[in-house]
Write a protein that binds this ligand. Structure first.
Ligand code: HEM
Ligand code: HEM
Length: 283
């Protein structure tokens, strides 16, 4: 197979797909206006209710650090592939290497936290039969066909699937990323050789160099995967449940902000100051 052609195909396919997504998301937002969801959330402040406590600080700090360095990795990675200004190659590489170590450490810590800490929360990410059965309902809600969002757990099934996919993609990104390193830094062997010689190379016909070329394509495809998933993730966190997003980034007490939805209590009965007076007044 001509790998240069594959690379061009990947560029064309993912740029087109990304264009479709950044057109589709504003359309999705516009549809929420006639459907009444925009009014309910952004004007009446009736956000979804939650029966579980919000995450403690540590996972929020991990998420924030992780997201910052993911943007750094995306930017420096894109530069390594398409050097869009002169003279930055070794600096950008250095930053990519530094950021990759940070995200791997954060990831290891987050997985440890999920399974072994006192506040282990892996169950929040585990997909149960109840979740699976709720999938059609969640899809109907996101596509505006139904107005009821099935509530099964802290995260809905699509969230759980995306978060589990993020983890899987990170592991693959780390594997494919290390297999781009050809310097003999491991007892005279390169990370590429150690990772690929007994695994991918035999599958693709024996050559570590060829296996490495495939890993480079995969690292880039995964990069697009992260860009697409993160765009949708950010769109949903900016539209589905702003109090949760603010809380997740360390702003605002969620108990006050979630008052709106409770049994349809009218806003006037809440003596607490309205969290967003500008929006309330514009009604
Ligand atoms: C998770 C750990 C990661 C590791 C170990 C890793 C490692 C690497 C390495 C060694 C290179 C080659 C650099 C060079 O040529 O000197 C590279 C390139 C690249 N990385 Fe990463 N990286 C990681 C995560 C990421 C992430 C999260 C992204 C994007 C969101 C990313 C995007 C890229 C891109 C686009 C390239 C250029 C690939 C090409 O030339 O085709 N990397 N990475
Ligand atoms: C500007 C970018 C981002 C924003 C605004 C954002 C926002 C959020 C919010 C609000 C939540 C909490 C959802 C809830 O509790 O219902 C969340 C959770 C999560 N996000 Fe992001 N996110 C961003 C980037 C990323 C990136 C780049 C990744 C991974 C590559 C990621 C992975 C996750 C995961 C795995 C969770 C599950 C909760 C946890 O990790 O403790 N996010 N995000």
């Amino acid at each position: 197979m001509d790998l240069a052609k594959v690379n061009v195909w990947v560029d064309v396919f993912f740029s087109a797909l990304y264009l479709v997504i950044i057109v589709a998301l504003p359309i999705h937002f516009l549809v929420s206006i006639p459907k009444g969801r925009f009014r309910k959330k952004f004007i009446e402040h009736k956000w979804p209710e939650h029966d579980e406590a919000h995450p403690p600080a540590a996972p929020k700090v991990a998420h924030f650090t992780h997201l910052f360095f993911m943007f750094v990795l995306g930017f420096t990675g894109m530069y390594i592939r398409f050097p869009f200004f002169d003279g930055g190659r070794s600096a950008m590489r250095g930053v990519h290497y530094f950021a990759m170590i940070v995200v791997i450490l954060v990831l290891i810590w987050r997985v440890w936290y999920a399974f072994f800490s006192k506040r282990r929360d892996w169950r929040e990410f585990a997909i149960t039969m109840k979740d699976v059965r709720s999938t059609p309902g969640v899809l109907l809600y996101y596509t505006f066909i139904s107005d009821k969002k099935p509530h099964t757990a802290k995260y809905n099934v699509m969230q759980k699937m995306s978060y589990d996919l993020f983890l899987t993609m990170m592991l693959m990104q780390a594997f494919t990323g290390f297999s781009l390193l050809t310097q003999p830094i491991l007892f005279g062997y390169s990370p590429r050789f150690v990772l690929l010689n007994w695994t991918i190379a035999p599958i693709v016909g024996g050559s570590v160099a060829l296996a490495g070329a495939y890993m480079r394509i995969l690292h880039f495809v995964l990069t697009w995967g992260f860009i697409i998933m993160t765009t949708i993730h950010v769109y949903l966190s900016a539209t589905e449940d702003i109090p949760v997003t603010k809380n997740f980034f360390g702003f605002g007490g969620h108990s006050e902000e979630h008052g709106g939805a409770s049994a349809g209590v009218p806003a006037v009965s809440a003596p607490a100051p309205a969290p967003a007076p500008a929006l309330a007044e514009s009604e």
